[in-house]
Design a protein around this ligand. Structure first.
Ligand code: NAP
Length: 490
């Protein structure tokens, strides 16, 4: 017989997805605890504080459907604003007092005899739960370059996700290594304050031009008075047409949609950069959207300012006062920003997770991280992820993705909470079938078209959802129960 007492859920992490889970569990009257390693909420939006940080998904689309927000200051919101929004949601829904701050969960072990999870926190304390929502973040662990003698640098240097607060930037010589979404946003923001800015570019990026504008006080008042206006933006046809066009393009590199994306990016480069030498420096030699497409509205303007230099040569070594290039050029620097990305395959690091039969998640995720439909793991019962490996990533709203994933997970949780079963986990055969089909399809996407990027696992296979966005929406509508092992304790 299944155990009928109220089941307890541990939510690891109070970022966007953890908060989403907490609000939904609270609304359903479930027993849950949130563990947060830091002393405040916000996850990625708490850790990343670099100048220019802006979410490149429109603010009203990067908003929980259950908590529309009339106060966004602009079409694309800044990182600080987004963090404040999450804090407000946590307060409004009564989540903040329930969060255990400074409580990093370092280990999760499944106990077969009692069908529960034992969690250990960084203070060595143990906690027992029936259900675990793992925190899975693709851009969590900073990756720093193995540039020779980086430690010799006598100015300030740090990773983009570890910004040195209070650092004076005015009239400084600033170097930025990396041209992903982070490096381009930082460079754009710092051109107006730096004395000289050197953008070290190993590979150029295709840029999709997007609009940006501030909302006026009148517009915000209109949003407050009539929330339908917010929905009009969130469900705006043009925005969703772009999502579906982008998705069709990435899953079929030969499609007219992909051709259109490439044309827009190329035309934007041609029309924006006046100097032909700089234009060629900024022209990628791989297809648009092979790396995560950068959505931006003013990098090309900023990079043409006289105090900016795009360095495409090879770095020889870092010295006390700057960077020595292999061609003999020396760039004198006061500040060096490493916008060099993340270890994208370390979704849940450093937490150690052990499921049935002593199977560790590290072993299960060799050679690549994956999860059944990106949310559940065979042999890890009652364990769920939002925005886990193989979900849609890239230029989509991760909030929309997480909400749809929650819809799927919630139906599995109902089976547990109703007392119908003690444990739910995907069948190995179902997962293997999913993974085989996924890998096959992923190898046909634009991400496999011949560039390096954090989308690729160690074997070169994209770790992403390789089918249509509508396929994802349909898959998340309802779990296929026959793909799950549903067990009670008897
Ligand atoms: P990223 O996209 O992985 O870019 C890292 C950059 O650093 C690349 O230009 C890479 O060059 C360069 N690099 C890495 N190691 C290097 C080395 N040893 N020497 C020289 N260059 C090196 O990382 P990111 O810009 O931090 O962005 C990561 C993800 O975070 C994004 O793709 C996105 O999903 C998310 N993000 C989102 C937003 C948003 O607005 N929504 C904003 C920022 C970030 P190569 O290309 O040659 O490898």
């Amino acid at each position: 017989m299944s155990d009928k007492r109220q089941k307890r859920t541990a939510i690891i992490g109070a970022g966007m997805a953890g908060l989403l889970a907490a609000v939904n569990l609270k609304k359903a009257g479930r027993d849950f605890t949130v563990f947060e390693k830091a002393d405040s909420i916000g996850g990625t939006w708490r850790d990343n504080r670099y100048p220019g940080l802006t979410c490149d998904v429109p603010a009203h689309a990067y908003t929980y459907s259950f908590a529309p927000y009339a106060e966004w200051s602009a079409y694309h919101a800044t990182g600080q604003e987004i963090k404040r929004y999450f804090e407000k949601v946590a307060d409004d829904f009564g989540i903040t007092p329930t969060i255990h701050f400074n409580s990093e969960i370092t280990a999760c072990h499944f106990h077969e005899a009692s069908n529960d999870w034992q969690l250990t926190d960084a203070h060595g304390e143990s906690h027992v739960f029936d259900i675990v929502r793992l925190s899975s973040v693709v851009v969590r662990l900073p990756s720093t370059p193995e540039t020779p003698r980086l430690n010799d640098f006598q100015g300030s240097y740090f990773h983009s996700a570890q910004w040195e607060d209070g650092l004076a930037l005015e009239d400084k010589n600033i170097g930025i290594i990396g041209c992903g979404s982070s490096g381009i946003q930082i460079a754009t923001a710092l051109t107006s304050v730096a004395k000289q800015l050197v953008h070290f570019q190993r590979s150029p990026q295709w840029i999709m031009p997007v609009q940006q504008f501030d909302y006026t006080e009148e517009e915000k008042q209109a949003f407050r008075d009539n929330p339908q206006l917010i929905d009009d933006i969130r469900y705006d046809k043009q925005y969703w047409d772009n999502i579906y066009r982008f998705n069709k393009g990435i899953i079929n590199p030969d499609s007219p949609e992909m051709q259109m994306i490439e044309d827009i990016c190329r035309d934007y480069l041609e029309a924006s950069i006046q100097d032909s030498e700089l234009r060629e420096k900024l022209r990628p030699d791989y297809r648009a959207a092979c790396k995560r497409l950068v959505y931006n509205w003013h990098y090309y303007d900023c990079v043409q300012k006289p105090n900016v230099f795009v360095e495409t040569g090879s770095i020889d070594r870092v010295m006390g006062s700057g960077i020595q290039m292999k061609d003999g050029t020396f760039h004198e620097l006061d500040i060096l920003v490493l916008a060099t990305g993340f270890h994208a395959d370390k979704f849940i690091k450093p937490t150690s997770v052990i499921g049935r039969d002593g199977l560790s998640l590290d072993t299960f995720w060799t050679p690549r991280p994956s999860a059944h439909y990106a949310v559940t793991l065979p042999r890890f019962p009652n364990m769920f992820m939002l925005n886990g490996p193989t979900g849609p990533v890239g230029n989509f709203s991760l909030i929309d993705i997480a909400e749809r994933q929650w819809g799927y997970i919630d139906q599995l949780l109902d089976i547990i909470h109703s007392g119908e079963a003690d444990t739910v986990e995907p069948k190995i055969s179902a997962f293997e079938d999913y993974e085989k089909r996924r890998i096959d399809a992923a190898q046909k996407t634009i991400f496999s078209s011949g560039c390096t990027s954090w989308y690729l696992d160690k074997t070169g296979v994209p770790m992403t959802w390789p089918w249509g966005y509508q396929d994802f929406v349909d898959a998340m509508h309802q779990p296929v129960i026959s793909e799950y092992d549903i067990k009670d304790a008897s």
